[in-house]
Write a new protein. Structure first.
Length: 312
């Protein structure tokens, strides 16, 4: 039986949408036809790709590995389909992955500066990922370089810590702690908190700074940016890193926390065995300059990238 690209595309759609019905609609198939295609694909490759529990479909270990290869193959196929159009554009493409918490205040201004510098020769694609989902979305949205607090293990990525970000307690401007230069756990023990969802790695890190037995939670959300906007509107306080806190710096106070805990800010890219492209190095250099300019210390590796800035 021939392995068909349409079958692989449908399989990827099921994984990325989390639903056979949604994938069927996306590929103009009936649910029963989509189910048959998946079964035929499993028969063709000789292994089960999904665990079937009622209507739920969960990837098997073999299915996860197959998805890693299949998604990259689909990306290559799309490039082949668009090859003539891309050649006519005559622009290099720089694909950037960003984690949403640091997107607006540091990464976008840096990327915009690069685009203005190379407006006639460079095209940028930027995908904003949720940190807890990037394990899968990094395959469905391939990238040349990525930035953010990547806390989970990714053996297929090169990672370099550019900075170690200290934590801040973000409070509304009229909060009783707003005038403090530094705070401890006891200072904010009775505050109402907006926290991240319990399954996020950022929240697990921030929990180390929470008061013991804390039960004062006004809201639980899945996004740092949403949490900070709650604070901006006077609903609780939030613990986050110094870089993420800058997105609401005009409306809130981000107070240093008297604790040595930090969270790493990484640049990362797929392991290829070759050196990063010049466009990637230039992008990393610009982001390092932005981090340095807001007063956050760079690591030795980050400083080495910063030293390249004068060459641009």
């Amino acid at each position: 039986m021939e392995l068909k690209s349409k079958s692989v595309k449908l399989f990827c759609s099921v994984v990325e949408t989390g639903s056979l019905l949604a994938a069927a609609n996306q590929n103009a198939l009936s649910p029963s036809a989509a189910s048959r295609v998946i079964s035929q694909l499993e028969e063709r490759i000789g292994m089960a790709l999904f665990k079937r529990d009622g209507k739920a479909l969960t990837l098997t270990d073999d299915g996860m590995e197959f998805y890693r290869v299949a998604s990259e193959s689909m990306r290559a196929w799309r490039e082949l389909e668009d090859f003539s159009q891309q050649r006519r554009l005559q622009k290099k493409q720089l694909r950037i992955a960003v984690l949403s918490r640091h997107c607006s205040d540091v990464i976008i201004p840096g990327v915009v500066k690069i685009l203005k510098r190379h407006q006639k020769s460079l095209r940028v694609t930027m995908d904003v990922h949720s940190a807890r989902d990037i394990y899968y979305t990094k395959y469905s949205h391939p990238f040349d370089v990525g930035f953010g607090t990547l806390l989970s293990t990714h053996d297929d990525l090169e990672k370099i810590a550019l900075a170690h970000l200290p934590f801040r307690l973000v409070v509304p401007e009229d909060h009783r702690l707003a005038g403090r230069e530094r705070v401890t756990k006891s200072d904010y023990a009775d505050c109402e908190f907006v926290i991240l969802s319990r399954d996020t790695l950022e929240e697990k890190t921030a929990q180390q700074l929470m008061p013991e037995g804390m039960s004062n939670v006004s809201a639980e959300v899945s996004s740092t940016q949403v949490a900070l906007r709650f604070v901006k509107r006077g609903v609780g306080v939030h613990l986050t890193d110094a870089l993420a806190a800058r997105s609401v710096s005009a409306d809130c106070r981000a107070i240093p926390v008297e604790d040595a805990l930090t969270i790493p800010f990484y640049v990362f890219w797929p392991k290829t065995g070759s050196e990063p492209r010049p466009e990637v190095v230039e992008c990393v250099t610009e982001i390092c300059a932005r981090i340095h300019n807001v007063g956050i210390a760079l690591t030795d590796e980050g400083s080495r990238f910063l030293a390249l800035e004068s060459g641009h």
